[in-house]
Design a protein around this ligand. Structure first.
Ligand code: 48F
Length: 259
């Protein structure tokens, strides 16, 4: 077979355009492909929902690749270890209820399972705004990350979704744009993002689950974004809370979509 560069180019363009066009209307749009977002997307896709993830960077995985301070192992507690085992990720018993796992195995397995379950990942895209109708978020406004990085004056495109998951981590970028532009109050004490506090692993892990909830009509928060939204602590390289939070947000949205 002879290879033709134009056929290669056309194959990519056609398939990508079809994929993006198919995923402009969604059940759930996940912003940020870190561990909590990936876990949420995986569980929702396993339930049969149409899910897309928008990730600013070239790679998915967020802060999971680097373990703690670039030592590429993560720590989980008992419940997190159960999830990793269920996903087929190998764990090491570090004693006293702590388990470690290779962060590269965790990230690649989680990402692979999400893709194979039907999640479509759009990497290199930044969510810069949302669609709001009658005080409810109904979708996302996305642009190429390169446009953002280049400071180029290029208009974005829009995606409609029944629910949005804010999984942008410490930055809570989706909620911050909603706060700045929509006039809709967040479901926090002040109506604004309360902000993340300094490291306290135990409390942070415990509060992650209770902070995993709807933060503005149509938008659920998960992972570190949940703690940052509701003013809780950071936890460092212990990841059980991220995985549990991803599962929890998937359950909450499933209940709403079913009801
Ligand atoms: O930060 P990140 O890994 O969030 P997470 O799932 O996990 C937090 C842990 O990694 C760690 C921790 C552990 O316990 O504290 O920090 O809560 O992933 C967030 C992802 O969102 C992307 C960002 O590139 C990263 O991959 N992201 C952030 N803002 C945007 C975005 C945006 N506006 N549009 C698209 N992607």
């Amino acid at each position: 077979m002879s290879l033709d560069e134009i056929k290669i180019s056309r194959a990519i363009l056609k398939q990508f355009t079809n994929k993006l066009s198919d995923y402009l209307e969604l059940d759930v749009a996940v912003v940020g492909a870190g561990p909590s977002g990936l876990m949420a997307a995986l569980r929702l896709a396993q339930k049969g929902y149409k899910v897309a993830m928008f990730e600013r960077k070239l790679s998915v995985g967020g802060g999971m690749w680097g373990g703690g301070m670039m030592f590429n192992e993560i720590v989980v507690q008992e419940e997190g270890a159960e999830i990793l085992k269920d996903l087929g990720i190998r764990i090491h018993d570090a004693g006293d209820g702590y388990y470690t796992a290779d962060s590269i195995e965790c990230t690649t397995t989680l990402a692979s399972l999400a893709c194979k379950s039907g999640v479509k990942v759009f990497n290199l895209m930044t969510v810069e705004d949302v669609l709001v109708r009658e005080n409810r978020v109904t979708g996302l406004v996305v642009n190429w990350t390169a446009v953002d990085m280049g400071g180029l004056h290029v208009d974005p495109l829009a995606v409609r979704s029944k629910f949005v998951i804010e999984a942008t981590g410490h930055a809570t970028e989706v909620l911050k744009v909603i706060q700045r532009k929509s006039g809709v109050d967040l479901l926090t004490e002040t109506g604004k993002v309360l902000g993340e506090r300094s490291m306290w692993a135990e409390t942070a892990e415990n509060t992650t689950l209770e902070n995993t909830r709807e933060a503005v009509p149509g938008v659920f928060v998960t992972g570190m974004a949940a703690n940052a939204t509701f003013g809780s602590f950071r936890m460092g390289p212990i990841f059980g809370g991220m995985l549990l939070s991803g599962q929890r947000v998937a359950e909450l949205i499933h209940e709403r979509l079913e009801g």
